[in-house]
Ligand binder design. Structure first.
Ligand code: ZN
Length: 333
């Protein structure tokens, strides 16, 4: 058992909840309210959010002031918001991950009980996230969003997802279109590399922009983004980063390296980059160093982007009942 799952299962037990190890979500019911507790950002696994579905007596959503009041009354509760029947409130803690983790054992139960009292005191009823019926609801996760659904809405949602998936599956991947789209998208990345460099720095941001531009471009003009598309996109990112760096070098050569004075235009300077290096007009080590740095930043920016895209693809059309996979119950009820 890894440390995180260990902490989460202990947390679940301390709050009288269960822990779904597969989806990494703490879940269960508190005084009739179906709740899930999760980290919005997996990079900050101890910054937890509580999510439930409830209906106010008037049907109107809670105001910002009401949530402010709540966080004032209950120390453990932070920012709250309501969208439709969805209510989310963050659990307050330290920015220090270790301190945060150590304090959660007492904070989480306080936060959950505080939220339930708040809801009950205001006459709220537990309900289905979508239709608002106070029927038996269970927690689901679909494409990274959480829902508390009655059986009718669950069936509807599964049906809709299936239809969408079918539509997507019927859509053919147009590789040529995808490549054109990826190349067009990569131009945004190239522009960023050149602009950032002209401003005097190399940034990981340009790597991320390159990755997003290429993947989005492929998906838009290719119809869909398959594994093949992702591989093609990565190759295009690698090539276009080189192109971006060479354009940047060509601009240097043209403006500062005497290229313009010698009557060359920018395009000729682009072609002359290897020659200039060979002739010593430009230092090989500087050129290679700069290019290597760009690739490092491409890696830093693109790897998380590609990973999250692949994850997103995997999550698409997927709907899972929290606690339905082989997890374990860490509470006795
Ligand atoms: Zn419903």
């Amino acid at each position: 058992m890894s440390k995180l799952t260990d902490v989460y299962s202990q947390l679940a037990a301390s709050a009288g909840m269960r822990y779904d190890q597969v989806n990494n979500v703490i879940y269960g019911q508190k005084d009739g309210f179906d709740m899930v507790v999760y980290a919005e950002d997996s990079q900050a696994p101890y910054a937890l959010t509580i999510h439930t579905a409830a209906k106010t007596p008037t049907g109107a959503a809670f105001t910002k002031d009401e949530f402010k009041e709540l966080s004032k009354t209950v120390d453990a509760l932070g920012v709250g918001k309501q969208e439709g029947n969805h209510i989310t409130v963050s659990v307050v803690g330290s920015i220090n991950q270790k301190k945060l983790r150590d304090s959660l054992g007492s904070k989480l139960p306080e936060a959950m009980n505080g939220l339930v009292s708040f809801l009950r005191n205001r006459g709220c009823q537990p309900c289905c996230s979508i239709c608002g019926q106070p029927e038996d609801v269970s927690a689901y996760v679909s494409a990274g969003s959480y829902f508390h659904l009655c059986s009718g809405c669950e069936a509807n949602m599964r049906g809709n997802l299936a239809v969408e998936e079918q539509k997507k599956a019927q859509k053919k991947e147009n590789v040529a279109g995808g490549i054109v789209g990826a190349l067009l998208g990569s131009l945004v990345g190239v522009l960023c590399i050149v602009l950032f460099s002209q401003l005097g720095y190399v940034a990981a941001l340009s790597g991320a922009i390159m990755a997003v531009g290429v993947l989005k471009g492929y998906e838009l003009l290719g119809g869909r983004l398959t594994k093949k598309g992702i591989v093609i996109s990565i190759v295009i990112m690698l090539i276009m980063t080189y192109v971006g760096d060479r354009i940047d070098t060509a601009i240097l050569l043209w403006r500062d390296g005497g290229g313009a004075d010698a009557g060359y235009n920018l395009f000729e300077c682009y072609r002359l980059v290897p020659f200039a290096i060979e002739q010593g007009a430009m230092e090989m080590s500087v050129y290679i160093g700069n290019l290597a740095l760009l690739y490092v930043f491409l890696l830093l920016g693109a790897v998380p982007t590609v990973i999250s895209k692949v994850k997103e693809k995997r999550e698409e059309g997927r709907m899972v009942k929290i606690g339905s996979a082989l997890g374990f119950n860490s509470s006795s009820n």
